[in-house]
Design a protein around this ligand. Structure first.
Ligand code: ZN
Length: 495
């Protein structure tokens, strides 16, 4: 991918990093990091962990492993043996025994209580849950920690903040990223393929997240930060180049994926915001989290929800890119823009009256603009659209291509694969717009007054499928263009 923004300074040629250049990328990321001082990514690294630990925390301070039963077997035992061989003190590891372990606040409390009984430095051996739980518990007990990544399942290892469910809803708690991260590629390549597929999707999401940032930048709403942009976007397509390799556990493919994900976290450390790594596609995932969506009895992984969101957002972009927004009727659009009362009615109609509706009120108030400000913004949109459209076209691969890449990695791309019907997905566009203040393609479509019409084209009426001629017509849609009559074939993926 080419860094298509005018403001970004590209410091490395895109798509060129190999394992050797991977080190250069990591050095640049560490230079920008506010909290993480050391990152090691490579094969056969478990034995080096005591040295990394001693380098960061000294030779006297004991290490306190935090694992679950799986990660104890996958890497924890070997790490303990390495500490023993190095003669480095450890305390008895903390092993989460609960098979239903997830990033819930009660587990943070359990770990916090245990950490309070000693002053050892936590070594989190695991993926998303173990890392998030340890990140928050370590912060609350006033210490740094070391993270040992066991799967390339998400971009949170190097990120500021922990995503924890508290009182039934997922929240991001402020807490620093780990001081050091070790990602042993032998361990990660052997992780359950479904975990690395989820991470692949979380990295692919940076494609649409980047597009949203380009839009917010062009409209003068949120300028692109060149450092964060480069960390994420310059290596992005190279990091995503081998989805089939990720699926089969190829070390190079998994290594590129792992480094790419780590860059997302570093970019978030740099900006102290998730903007570099999260756009409208993540809003679909947050929405389904807040709706407590489950599929086959369990919540689909973050990456799998984001995967469906990414394709949904890319398809919306394709609709918008076909519109002459440089000829937008500003007076007409301002005159028919939703009023505060319309927005309130929309919230009640689409989200009911619970926690989601409250969240929407807060977010919609934060991003509400006056008719005069809307007029200014639409004027700017008309002006910049020819250039903006070209930037977006250069940045965004076709939605069908993104869907193909996800499938090759073993991740879903269609809503049914995570238990979301097409009708529900269509509603989700509107709902996702309401629940977050961040300016994304959803805001662009709403403010330009084209969301409904675009969704109308993406979701042709169901009844047409029973008409033989209409059915033929739909079947001739290029793959990835929209959601017709459920004719798109999709391989089932586990929940
Ligand atoms: Zn994510």
């Amino acid at each position: 991918m080419t860094a298509t923004t005018d403001t970004a300074t590209t410091t490395a040629a895109p798509g060129t990093h190999s394992s050797g250049d991977g080190q250069a990328l990591i050095r640049r990321a560490l230079a920008a990091a506010r909290e993480t001082r050391r990152l090691e990514v490579g094969p056969d690294l478990l034995g080096t962990i005591p040295a990394v630990f001693a380098d960061q925390f000294g030779r006297e301070r004991p290490a306190a492993l935090v694992t679950d039963r799986h990660t104890l077997a996958a890497a924890g035992e070997a790490v303990l043996a390495a500490f023993a061989a190095a003669g480095h003190p450890t305390v008895e590891p903390f092993v989460f025994d609960d098979p239903a372990l997830y990033a819930e606040h009660k587990y943070v409390e359990q770990l916090q209580a245990w950490l309070a009984t000693h002053d050892a430095v936590p070594v989190a051996v695991g993926s998303g849950t173990i890392n998030d739980v340890t990140k928050l518990a370590a912060h609350r007990t006033g210490r740094q920690y070391l993270s040992v990544a066991t799967a390339a399942s998400m971009d949170g290892y190097t990120a500021f903040g922990a995503s924890i469910t508290f009182k039934g809803s997922k929240q991001t708690f402020d807490c620093p990223a780990p001081q050091a991260v070790v990602a042993d590629l032998d361990v990660i390549a052997a992780a359950p393929p479904i975990l690395n597929a989820a991470g692949y999707a979380d990295l692919l999401a940076k494609v649409t997240a980047g597009a949203d940032w380009i839009v917010a930048d062009a409209l003068g709403i949120e300028p692109i930060d060149p450092t964060a942009w480069d960390l994420v976007q310059v290596p992005l397509m190279a990091s995503l180049a081998d989805p089939a390799g990720v699926r089969r556990g190829d070390i190079k493919a998994v290594g590129d994926l792992t480094r790419g994900l780590m860059m997302g976290g570093f970019a978030m450390q740099w900006t102290k915001s998730s903007r570099p790594a999260s756009g409208a596609e993540h809003q679909f995932s947050h929405l389904w989290d807040m709706q407590h969506h489950t599929h086959g009895g369990a919540a689909p992984s973050h990456g799998f929800k984001v995967a469906v969101g990414t394709v949904a957002v890319a398809r919306l972009y394709e609709q918008l890119l076909g519109l002459p927004l440089d000829e937008l009727d500003i007076d007409g659009t301002v005159a028919t823009a939703p009023t505060a009362a319309d927005t309130e009615a929309d919230i009640v109609r689409r989200l009911g009256d619970g926690e989601l509706a409250d969240k929407a009120r807060l977010e919609m108030t934060a991003k509400s603009i006056t008719p005069a400000a809307l007029r200014d913004r639409l004027r700017r949109l008309r002006e910049v659209w020819p250039t903006l459209r070209e930037r977006l076209r250069a940045h965004l691969p076709p939605a069908a291509k993104l869907a193909e890449m996800l499938a090759a990695a073993g991740a879903p791309s269609e809503p049914e694969q995570v238990g979301i019907s097409r009708d529900r997905l269509r509603d989700s566009y509107h709902q996702a717009y309401l629940i977050r203040r961040r300016f994304t393609v959803l805001d662009l479509a709403v403010e330009a007054g084209v969301l409904d019409a675009s969704l109308g084209r993406l979701f042709p009426p169901l009844r047409r499928s029973f008409h033989p001629r209409a059915r033929r017509g739909t079947a001739s849609l290029p793959p990835g263009e929209g959601w017709g009559e459920g004719e798109r074939r999709c391989d089932p993926v586990p929940p």
